[in-house]
Design a protein around this ligand. Structure first.
Ligand SMILES: Cc1cc2nc3c(=O)[nH]c(=O)nc-3n(C[C@H](O)[C@H](O)[C@H](O)COP(=O)(O)OP(=O)(O)OC[C@H]3O[C@@H](n4cnc5c(N)ncnc54)[C@H](O)[C@@H]3O)c2cc1C
Length: 484
């Protein structure tokens, strides 16, 4: 007997290697549903993520239509909508891919109970990770706290299963009128900014959707991977995959990446060395580790992992935070990163570490203020990766960078953007300065500044904080909690 299946899309906006969708499509015609979740206790996604989601849903809708399917959109609380939809559309099977954030787990658990209680078969799958958070443990079965042993243990589990192909057809399940009445259009969801439309830079930088993700992966493995182990630290080079938003929204999964990379290496089609490939895979490993941490520490995005930091003497300063957010700190590499973020919804990893360190340490702002800004402005904003990374930089996280490791944004710029190319792109008012002066314009002579058209305090700000003073103040603040 064929089932009346419903696949609930969440952050798995793809057809290929989507185990939950495949199970639904094998069972019968599928009601493909996406719900913009506005239920209680759920953190609303940020502005840049809303833009991405809109484009990704449009792409998914087209891909499903090409397979005889239909993507149905709704808005509201899934805890209310799904049981109603299940009953009124006579659904017999509901499928989804699992999620790992506490509120989402609680919701999924409740729904599983409610739907099963109504006689509906509910089946969940792993569509998001190489290993689910409970699958990698210490030898005594405990959660892991340090990345290197985590990744070693994960690798020892062997190859991830091969990705499964997209279902050949996903015929749409006809819906009763009462369910049609609950559906909304993509436009109704109002995900894209209108007045003002600030998304021009995002449109220019990204191609959301499964096809965009696959093209980016191909391009990266075929050429971008070459030199990755070094270039990944160079914001002045296109040295990384830029797959993070595609991974976050599940337009591509890590099994696909793993196998595509291994296949390309085996057939000689991959650019780069073994070292480049291993380094790249270990970054996918950090993503896995972050999800592991979030699952075992549900409050990772809101509470210090290391509780000593609860007593840290932060100095909340709205004006300083605002200058950081707008890229007006007077520190060129920091300003370049924050402006790249504002314009494109992305920022290079090395620069993320520098701007985060500057905010937390030189400005003594609570890492949660930075996490919240990134949440709103990044197209790849991800509860696990964002929280784990902010806590890593703060020194409050698992396997974190020690607090006394304070990035100097000038030396970081000189090392990782030695010609100032990245700073020139995002801080054009400094473009005419020499490579030597561009990372610390306040040290240049008056004549040099005049010749380059730079007026400190006029067309480019003076540094928000003296770097040596800020560093010393941060170390003293840390000393107050170190012995606790
Ligand atoms: C303060 C701060 C906040 C961050 N917030 C996020 C976030 O919200 N979402 C997010 O996806 N990444 C976040 N990162 C991690 C990292 O900066 C991005 O994943 C990376 O820059 C994305 O670029 P890429 O896809 O070209 O990466 P690549 O170098 O090509 O790496 C491949 C993939 O590995 C994963 N990855 C890489 N580095 C990390 C890392 N340090 N932690 C976890 N996963 C990683 C990403 O999924 C990435 O797409 C943050 C880092 C910092 C320092």
């Amino acid at each position: 007997m064929t089932a009346r299946a419903l696949h609930w899309f969440r952050n798995d906006l793809r057809l290929a290697d989507n185990p939950a969708l495949a199970a639904a499509a094998e069972a019968g015609p599928v009601f493909c549903l996406y719900i913009l979740d506005t239920g209680p206790d759920r953190r609303a996604i940020g502005g840049a993520s809303r833009w991405w989601l809109s484009r990704s849903l449009a792409a998914l809708g087209e891909a499903l239509a090409a397979k005889g399917g239909r993507l149905v959109l709704m808005e509201g609380d899934p805890a209310v909508l799904l049981p109603r939809v299940g009953a009124e559309a006579d659904i017999t099977l509901v499928t989804w891919n699992r999620r790992y954030e506490a509120a989402e787990i609680a919701l999924d658990r409740k729904l599983k109970e409610d739907l099963s209680g109504n006689g509906i078969d509910v089946r969940s799958f792993n569509g998001e990770l190489l290993n689910e958070p409970w699958e990698v443990t210490t030898t005594t079965g405990q959660p892991m706290k340090v990345f290197t042993p985590y990744w070693r243990a994960a690798r020892q589990k062997g190859e991830p299963s091969a990705p499964i192909a997209a279902p050949p057809r996903v015929p749409a399940l006809p819906l009763p009128a009462s369910i049609e009445a609950l559906t909304v259009s993509l436009d109704d969801l109002g995900l894209e900014p209108r007045k003002p439309d600030w998304a021009g830079g995002l449109r220019a930088a990204w191609t959301p959707g499964e096809a965009g993700a696959a093209a980016r992966l191909d391009d990266f493995i075929g050429s971008g991977l070459s030199g990755y182990a070094e270039d990944r630290d160079r914001p002045d080079r296109a040295g990384t995959s830029r797959l993070s938003p595609h991974l976050h929204f599940g337009e591509i999964g890590p099994r696909q990446i793993w196998h595509a990379l291994h296949h390309a290496r085996a057939t000689g089609e991959a650019a780069g060395s073994e070292r480049d490939a291993e380094k790249f895979l270990s970054e996918i490993g950090w993503r896995e580790f972050s999800h592991h941490l979030l699952f075992h520490n549900p409050e990772l995005a809101s509470r210090n992992y290391d509780s000593r930091f609860d007593a840290f003497p932060w100095q909340p300063d709205e004006a300083a935070l605002g200058r950081w957010q707008r890229g007006q700190t007077g520190i060129p590499l920091v300003d370049a990163g924050m402006r790249e973020l504002w314009t494109t919804g992305g920022m290079h990893n090395r620069v993320r570490m520098v701007v985060a360190s500057f905010l937390i340490k030189h400005l003594l702002q609570d890492w949660r203020a930075g996490e919240a800004w990134f949440w709103d402005t990044l197209v790849d904003a991800d509860t696990a990766n964002n929280a784990a990374s902010w806590q890593w930089v703060a020194g409050s996280g698992a396997d974190a960078s020690p607090y006394f490791r304070i990035f100097n944004p000038v030396t970081q710029g000189e090392t990782h953007d030695p010609r100032g190319t990245y700073v020139r792109q995002w801080v054009p008012e400094l473009a005419a300065l020499s490579d030597r002066d561009i990372h610390q314009p306040w040290k240049a002579s008056e004549k040099t500044l005049r010749d380059a058209g730079v007026q400190i305090g006029e067309n480019y700000p003076a540094p928000l904080v003296d770097l040596a003073f800020g560093r010393q103040r941060a170390l003293e603040a840390f000393a107050t909690i170190r012995s606790r």
